[in-house]
Design a protein around this ligand. Structure first.
Ligand code: FES
Ligand SMILES: [Fe+2]
Length: 345
């Protein structure tokens, strides 16, 4: 591994990250990887989400193979039981199963459910989740798309989501118009850990295949996009077309490991309320598929946060601001030579 400035997985333990769609977590425990750490996700008796290390302290078996019993998770190998705080409460092989040694515990982490996603922070989080009232407003229709698992770091996936220059090339006719490749002027305002920017940009006309956007005006359509990029990997994008119709794109990328990520999309709209979810989901699957082959070809697989790396022009203002903000907040740092790309630190 060459030296350079990359996302610092250790610093990101103090951030909330998505680890699953909430609908994907039912009565059975589920495995997830976050920042190189194997997790087991499960629901307690009250339905609340729990996250713990997915390694039974006895023999290292994945607890996600086990089962939930009341407010405890039971290991599949020898039936040891664990509470949500990670403490082992019973060892069936002992004459008195409750005589559990103090060392019998696994790490437990903060977890919450919001916007249809399960979120985990591996250490005390620095910032709360973004506020997106539209997604909790019963008058908006909400649909999820993904998850999209890519062989790159979460920063590459986030930068791709915010990259304006590629729309006519990677998504011609769907998100961009090849006849209008010029990126309009836009400025980025960074406030704390949030980047704000707005752009009015050329859009492809709504296609018959995917009639999901609300552009209706005569002449070449334009989309107004107001972005909030919450460090490190969450984007709230609000789209309007000059009228009452609005769409919210909520995108968050899970840093699975230093060179793996999984993206989750939650979309709200206040029009086309009865449209079948599959229309938007098929559209997103198409868009993310077009992006994936390009982004997975990028080298390095991780965003190099040193501004001297890669060539930035004026229309790349978001990437430049993102790279500066990630460094300023300590979320990206010098990676030592020989740094293990798969390790948690
Ligand atoms: S490995 Fe989990 S109880 Fe033995
Ligand atoms: Fe794209």
């Amino acid at each position: 591994m060459s030296p350079g400035v990359y996302a610092d997985l250790r610093a990101q333990r103090e951030c909330w990250h998505p680890v699953s769609f909430a609908a994907g977590l039912g009565a059975q425990p589920v495995h997830a990887d976050l920042l190189g750490e194997p997790l087991v996700l499960w629901r307690g008796r009250d339905g609340g989400v729990r996250a713990m290390s997915d390694l039974c302290v006895h023999r290292g078996t994945a607890l996600s193979l086990g089962s939930v019993n009341g407010d405890e998770i039971v290991c599949a190998y020898h039936g040891w039981r664990y509470r949500a705080d990670g403490r082992c409460t019973a060892i069936p092989q002992l004459a008195d199963p409750a005589r559990v040694p103090a060392k019998a515990r696994v790490a437990a982490f903060r977890a919450q459910e919001r916007y249809g996603l399960v979120w985990v922070a591996l250490a005390e989080p620095c910032w709360p989740l973004p506020e997106v009232p539209e997604l909790a407003d019963g008058r908006w229709a909400v649909v999820t798309a993904g998850p999209y698992s890519w062989r790159c770091d979460a920063a590459r996936q986030v930068e791709n989501f915010t990259d304006f220059g590629h729309f006519p090339w990677v998504h011609p006719g769907l998100l961009g118009d090849p006849e209008r490749p010029v990126v309009p002027r836009h400025e980025v305002r960074t406030e704390g850990h949030v980047l704000h920017y707005t752009i009015v940009r050329p859009e492809a006309p709504n296609s018959d295949e995917f009639p999901i956007f609300a552009n209706q005006q005569a002449g070449p359509p334009e989309r107004r996009s107001r972005y909030e990029l919450h460090l490190p990997y969450t984007i709230v994008l609000r789209l309007t077309w000059g009228g009452e119709r609005g769409m919210v794109y909520f995108f968050a990328s899970q840093p699975v490991a230093a060179d793996r990520c999984t993206g989750y999309v939650v979309i709200g709209r206040n029009y086309n309320l009865c449209q079948d979810d599959r229309v938007i989901q098929d559209f997103e699957d198409t868009i993310f598929g077009q992006d994936q082959r390009v982004v997975e070809s990028q080298r390095p697989e991780r965003v190099p946060f040193d501004l001297a790396a890669e060539l930035h022009l004026k229309f790349d203002a978001v990437a430049v601001a993102y790279r500066k903000a990630m460094r300023a907040s300590g979320l990206a740092a010098d990676a030592p030579v020989g740094h293990d790309v798969h390790g948690p630190g």
